[in-house]
Design a protein around this ligand. Structure first.
Ligand code: 5GP
Length: 133
């Protein structure tokens, strides 16, 4: 069965899209640790990041770098933290999280909630920054 992220890429499940290329897709995490928390995935469904082939791995991280720069240009933060867990969703993904301190990356912290309107606004601001790069 297709992963939930493949279904997002295919448009079967909605997402707050940030950017896309032929190989990669970026969208807001629905349970964010911070405003602008974004997931970057390869469109090709591979469960485990360490099983992504070298070429796609480089493409994915290069794309994530561009997305990270777009996020930090519009979200107030010291850095964009990058982390890979993949314990919940079996489709390789990079978390990009605006942070000011290490504990901002703690997944045991309560998640933020935003309204649909707020998610749309955040995504559209980051998307524009990405397109303007
Ligand atoms: P991980 O697999 O890295 O442990 O966590 C999966 C991440 O995907 C979580 O941060 C979770 O909030 C996010 N997530 C799970 N399902 C969805 C979904 O349907 N849409 C979006 N945008 N994010 C999701």
């Amino acid at each position: 069965m297709a992963s939930i992220f493949t279904r997002i890429v295919n448009g079967e499940i909605p997402s707050y899209k940030i950017a896309e290329s032929n190989e990669c897709y970026a969208f807001l995490d629905i349970n964010p640790l911070a405003k602008g928390h974004t997931l970057v995935i390869p469109k090709k469904e591979v469960d485990y990041m360490l099983d992504v082939d070298d070429e796609l791995y480089k493409t994915l991280f290069s794309f994530a770098k561009q997305v990270g720069h777009a996020i930090e240009s519009v979200v107030d933060c010291k850095r964009i933290g990058m982390i890979v867990f993949g314990l919940d969703v079996p489709h390789a993904h990079i978390h990009l999280i605006p942070i000011n301190k290490a504990s901002d990356m703690s997944f045991s912290s309560p998640k933020l909630s935003f309204s649909n309107k707020e998610f749309i606004e955040i995504a559209s601001t980051i998307r524009k920054a990405f397109e303007d790069q």
